[in-house]
Write a protein that binds this ligand. Structure first.
Ligand code: NAD
Length: 259
């Protein structure tokens, strides 16, 4: 993967940041994207660049806006060169009973978790096609494979991104471009930390029981997944070794979807 150019969306924390570390460690130059404290983001980028000797640049694009998705992809090509690897990882969650689920949250979750990937793929593909090589990985979820209550928008968007993955993978296979989805179980990152209070509210469980009752219950391994475990699976799907894997939805879920 030496000298490949990668864009990892939603990579200022959690799985995305671990993926940037992994890809840079394997020789990629990477565009980081997402929200957060700017000084902290700059520190993370500088630390990864220093440790790996790779170029790590940052885009603050808000991926709920299609024009910002397109601008980010153009910016990555300008600053780093033609994009070889696209990891559509940005995600947001909202938990509420169906009757109270806000319309604006439905729109936001569909925009960030699903539509942003479509717009980024569309922007990335022409130059991948020209060069006859490309890797696209979309971060779905176990909730792209099975349902869960109180998460209509997230479950719909994550099922949708697996559909997008399958369609795109067939169309782009003759061009040397693969497109796969990764389906994590529960990884303790800010997205889960922010959900604990919402989950307590809709389930009536005390906050200290939510993690076990809602998130760990279905994982036979009985433990949280580390962001690095997901990142190494993503990096594998971005490698030359994974050239015959396309259209797959790979669970990294401690067995969540086996029962
Ligand atoms: P996280 O909260 O650490 O990461 C989410 C990232 O998305 C952050 O960088 C955030 O700034 C970015 N983001 C949010 N809205 C954005 C927007 N409008 N524009 C640009 N960036 C935006 O959480 P995470 O767990 O690392 O999540 C990464 C992905 O993994 C998400 O797609 C999430 O749905 C998925 N996922 C997470 C888990 C889990 O248990 N943590 C499980 C399954 C799937």
């Amino acid at each position: 993967m030496q000298n490949r150019i990668a864009v990892v969306t939603g990579s200022t924390s959690g799985i995305g940041l671990a993926t940037v570390r992994e890809l840079a460690g394997r020789g990629c130059d990477v565009m980081v994207n997402g929200f957060g404290d700017r000084a902290e983001i700059d520190r993370d980028c500088a630390e990864i660049a220093e440790r790996t000797g790779r170029r790590i640049v940052y885009s603050a694009a808000d991926l709920s806006r299609p024009e910002e998705v397109r601008a980010m992809m153009a910016d990555a090509a300008d600053r780093l060169g033609p994009v070889d690897i696209l990891v559509n990882n940005a995600g947001v969650q909202h938990v509420a009973a169906l009757d109270e689920f806000p319309d604006d949250k439905w729109d936001l979750l569909l925009a960030v978790n699903l539509s942003a990937a479509f717009h980024a793929i569309k922007a990335a593909v022409p130059s991948m096609r020209e060069r006859g090589w490309g890797r696209i990985v979309n971060t779905a979820s176990v909730l792209g494979m099975v349902g869960a209550p109180h998460k209509p928008a997230y479950v719909a968007a994550k099922h949708g991104i697996i559909g997008l993955t399958k369609s795109v993978s067939i169309e782009l296979a003759p061009n040397g471009i693969t497109c796969n989805a990764i389906c994590p179980g529960t990884v303790l990152t800010p997205i889960i930390e922010r959900q604990i209070a919402q989950q307590a509210q809709v389930t009536g469980l005390p906050e200290d029981q939510v993690l076990r009752a809602v998130f760990l219950e279905r994982m036979p391994t009985g433990r949280l997944i580390a962001p690095e475990e997901v990142a190494s699976a993503i990096a594998f799907l971005c490698s030359d070794a994974a050239g015959s894997i396309t259209g797959a939805a790979l669970p990294v879920d401690g067995g969540y979807t086996t029962h």
